[in-house]
Design a binder for this molecule. Structure first.
Ligand code: HEM
Length: 512
């Protein structure tokens, strides 16, 4: 039972919320906002319309209210973008106004106060991080420099699968893909693998999953400001616990580097991203990083480099298994371009047009970041509608990839659409870098994904070797049906992880 003080607190909360809603409604009425569902609940806004798969719920709303809609999440203005035309308005025409990302309780807790590259506000510090990222890790030249690491990891992956194939057992592919992508990003950033055994892979996978869940959670504290300190759902506590685990992991990586630096003469060691970050922590002047921001930056690379590419490989293999015609064409192309006596290499990819189309088609239907968010830095107008300052902008890449105005038979997996050259369908020019607003898996503009080139090399390279070296049997060979239902808000994963049996088709090594 509540005591008198409890009732007084409840009364005050009720009173304050009524005043807030009144002033908010009066302010909103003077604006011309984009259309949206008419009924919104006090305090929650349109939250009840949003299911656990946010991109699907928003897609359904867009079918009813159009490609630019306005909803309220709590008292926050949220604008949802679901067509190429509207995305262009936000990401190109009005780019300057939408270069920030909205933060939330989870991003503040998990990324050292939103000090990471992903959430940091647009400006000088963001430019510094972008330059650091591009010069030291993700530029074309650096990616070229690391080709040996990626090919080495593909070979290690294939050897492992070749061994498993002798047992005749089916395996869950996601764990293997995450190990592969994590090995690559770890070796690129810290010069060695960070995960030594299956237990460590499983622990990191769980941790990354927790991060995704916390970022995707509907925390009442984000929705109703005054609920924040109350933490009624316990997300605040979970954020702190997960942050602690992440911090322990990042500290361990930094400490290992510090120890290695102090043991060997500095000049003897090969430098990697962690050494550069340590130098920046020790530096003076404008280019200085705090230890926290260095950890936040490294964490972004670690998570983004592991999660999304692994998910994309899983979706693409699943699509090829359930579309034997596309699988056959991918394989024929590899056999034609590469021949039958050596393993496909990254340098073959420019000649593997069908393979590239398969990956485009996969990311059209299953963009692993189904929604990406921006924030209005200032009030502005889009298509004659007012977008108030600090509105959250949700770009639904998943919905855009299904827009029938741009994609014939949009739900069909048909990589050929990217190879058509007849004038009216010239889809062959469409690339994934954000110049074509009907296909935005990596976003677009200044804040688009800096890891897209690395991701594509990893996804295409791995997929090509999976197809060249193995047949993939699902459901004990009874049929090739794969459950394509989805889970996840931040990274889109298959709800039922792909499980299949590898059957060796080509052994590219002399000794296994
Ligand atoms: C399939 C793989 C990937 C997908 C689908 C993906 C998707 C995205 C998307 C949609 C955005 C937001 C873009 C925007 O707002 O316009 C983004 C941003 C970002 N991505 Fe990726 N990404 C992938 C892989 C990677 C990799 C491998 C890295 C780094 C190792 C990376 C690092 C980042 C960072 C740091 C940002 C924030 C950029 C900024 O705010 O300026 N991503 N990514």
């Amino acid at each position: 039972m509540l005591d008198t003080q409890g009732y007084l607190v409840l009364f005050l909360l009720w009173f304050i919320s009524i005043i807030l809603i009144k002033s908010f409604v009066t302010r909103s009425q003077s604006l011309k906002l984009p259309p949206g569902p008419p009924i919104s609940l006090p305090l929650l806004g349109h939250v009840p319309y949003l299911g656990s798969l946010l991109h699907q719920a928003l897609y359904k709303l867009s079918l009813r209210y159009g490609p630019l809609i306005h909803i309220l999440i709590g008292s926050k203005h949220v604008v949802v973008v679901s067509s190429a035309e509207m995305a262009k308005q936000i990401l190109k025409t009005n780019e300057e106004s939408f270069c920030n990302r909205p933060t939330m309780i989870a991003s503040e807790s998990l990324t050292y106060g939103a000090a990471d590259y992903f959430f940091v506000p647009y400006g000088t510090y963001w430019r510094f991080l972008k330059k650091l990222c591009m010069t030291e890790l993700l530029s074309g030249k650096t990616l070229e420099h690391f080709v040996g690491i990626r090919e080495d990891e593909v070979e290690a992956f294939l050897r492992n699968i070749l061994e498993i194939s002798t047992t005749g057992k089916a395996i869950q592919m996601r764990q293997e893909f995450m190990r592969h992508t994590n090995n690559i990003i770890s070796r690129m950033t810290m010069g060695k693998k960070s995960l030594k055994n299956d237990d460590e892979v499983a622990t990191v996978r769980k941790l990354i999953r927790e991060v995704g869940e916390l970022f995707g959670a509907f925390n009442l504290g984000d929705i109703i400001g005054f609920m924040r300190p109350l933490d009624v759902q316990g997300y605040g506590k979970k954020n702190r616990e997960t942050h602690h685990k992440l911090d322990v992991m990042m500290e361990k990586f930094f400490k290992e580097h510090e120890d290695a630096r102090s043991k060997s003469g500095d000049s003897e060691r090969k430098k990697d991203l962690f050494d550069i970050l340590l130098n920046l922590i020790e530096a003076d002047g404008d280019n200085k990083l705090t230890r926290e921001s260095a950890k936040a930056f490294a964490l972004d690379m670690f998570i983004a480099g592991t999660n999304a590419p692994a998910s994309a490989i899983e979706w693409s293999l699943a699509e090829l298994i359930r579309n034997p015609h596309a699988l056959k064409k991918t394989r024929e192309e590899i056999d034609f371009v590469v021949g039958k006596d050596r393993l496909v290499k990254e340098s073959d990819i420019p000649n593997l047009h069908y393979l590239q189309a398969v990956v485009k088609e996969t990311l059209r239907l299953h963009p692993t970041g189904p929604i990406f968010a921006r924030e209005a830095i200032r009030s502005c107008q889009v298509e004659g509608y007012d977008i108030p300052q600090y509105s959250k902008i949700l770009i639904n890449a998943w919905a855009i990839g299904r827009d029938p105005n741009h994609w014939d038979n949009a739900l069909e997996f048909r990589p050929e659409r990217f190879l058509e050259t007849e004038e009216e369908h010239e889809k062959s020019k469409i690339d994934l870098r954000g110049q074509y607003y009907q296909l935005l898996p990596f976003g677009s503009g200044r804040r688009s994904c800096p890891g897209s080139s690395l991701a594509l090399l990893v996804i295409q390279g791995m997929l090509a070797s999976l197809i060249q070296c193995f047949d993939w049997v699902v459901n004990d060979g009874k049929n090739n049906e794969v459950d394509m239902s989805e889970e996840g808000r931040v990274t889109l994963f298959m709800a039922k992880p792909l499980k299949c049996k590898p059957v060796t088709r080509f052994v590219p090594f002399s000794s296994v």
